[in-house]
Design a protein around this ligand. Structure first.
Ligand SMILES: [Zn+2]
Length: 346
């Protein structure tokens, strides 16, 4: 079968369209004939860290995917051949104390499709049956592939960690990225006021069409000062910062007393300067969050289906052009999700 694989530690030249063997499934696994897959920052991370992740090339990356069930293992009873499905990309052991408590994303052996095992960027991929969910009605294959990882990540941050409430003010850093865009869509559906930052005026404008209440270009404006102005010096209740780096201390400075900051990534660097005096004096809460548990995934799916929230798709490439898709993500040009179309089923 055809696949996009990382053929060694390195740059874009290591993202190649290759022939590999179709995966063989175990008794609790499902084989999916892929229709569409979506890129995440994780795929760049895997490509850049193949050696330290101890992955053997050619390694198929890809966390998100949707398609038709092609084969089921002997112990699979929840799905059948021909079902239209998408996947929860988080992999867990089911037996550790965290899994037993229903906190699968805290699993001692937590993994993600494409990072800790072979991923979705291929004509077929396999997953445990617990990770397979039906595609919501009215969703195209591209939409079904595009939302699971970023929406479950956003959901856990907003609902389980920050516990957002309608009417609150929120700041979202780096709009355009998949998680930031999902966060904006969820908070606008719930009824918060949302401010966003970007280095691109185009992205700020696109965010406003999605409901953002104001956009701040952080290359020409001090976003902490702008937030003070926009909130009559009060500050926002919640910041979602998946950027880190130099923005982090400023993110803390935008919060109201008792405010909450949630982080799920550090695209500008994981060891920023911080401001402990501000954290204790203003009694701020800082939450870390990764992916989501099975309950949150189901809740998020339900929300998306009921509210008709669909992911923003930036661009769709054929699977063979996987390297072009990687280049677009690496350049940070995207607004929303970059998708690879694998097959239309014909
Ligand atoms: Zn576990």
């Amino acid at each position: 079968m055809k696949a996009i694989a990382i053929t060694g530690q390195g740059g874009l030249e290591k993202v190649q369209y290759v022939d590999v063997e179709r995966p063989k499934i175990g008794p609790h696994e499902v084989l999916i004939e892929t229709r569409a897959v979506a890129l995440n920052h994780l795929d760049l991370f895997v490509r850049n860290n193949l050696d330290s992740l101890k992955l053997v090339p050619p390694h198929i990356t890809g966390a998100d995917g949707a398609g038709v069930v092609a084969e089921v293992g002997s112990e699979v009873h929840t799905v059948k051949i021909g079902d239209r499905v998408l996947i929860n990309p988080g992999l867990h052991c089911s037996v550790c104390e965290f899994c037993q408590a229903g906190e699968q994303s805290l699993c001692a052996r937590f993994g993600i499709m494409g990072e800790t095992c072979s991923g979705t960027f291929a004509e077929y991929f396999k997953v445990p049956q617990a990770n397979v969910h039906p595609v919501p009605e009215g969703f195209s294959w591209e939409e079904a592939a595009a939302f699971p990882l970023v929406f479950v990540t956003a959901w856990r941050m907003l609902i389980s960690k920050a516990a957002i409430k309608p009417g609150e003010d929120m700041l979202i850093l780096g709009i355009g990225g998949g998680v930031a865009t999902a966060v904006l869509q969820i908070v606008k559906a719930i009824g918060l006021r949302a401010f966003v930052t970007s280095s691109s005026d185009d992205k700020l404008q696109q965010a406003q069409t999605l409901g953002a209440d104001a956009g701040i270009n952080y290359t020409t404006q001090d976003f902490a000062r702008e937030i003070r102005t926009l909130t009559n010096r009060r500050g926002v209740d919640v910041v979602v910062d998946s950027v880190g780096g130099d923005s982090y201390a400023k993110s803390l400075a935008t919060l109201v007393k008792g405010g909450r900051l949630v982080t799920c990534g550090a695209t500008a660097g994981p060891r920023p300067q911080t401001d402990l005096a501000r954290i204790f004096w203003n009694q701020l809460s800082v939450f870390g969050s990764t992916m989501g548990n099975m309950r949150e995934f189901a809740e998020m799916l339900n929300f998306v289906r009921k509210r008709g929230v669909k992911p923003v798709i930036d661009q769709v490439f054929p699977l063979a052009d996987g390297a072009k898709a990687f280049a677009r993500m690496e350049a940070g040009k995207q607004f929303g999700k970059i998708v690879l179309k694998v097959s239309d089923g014909a």
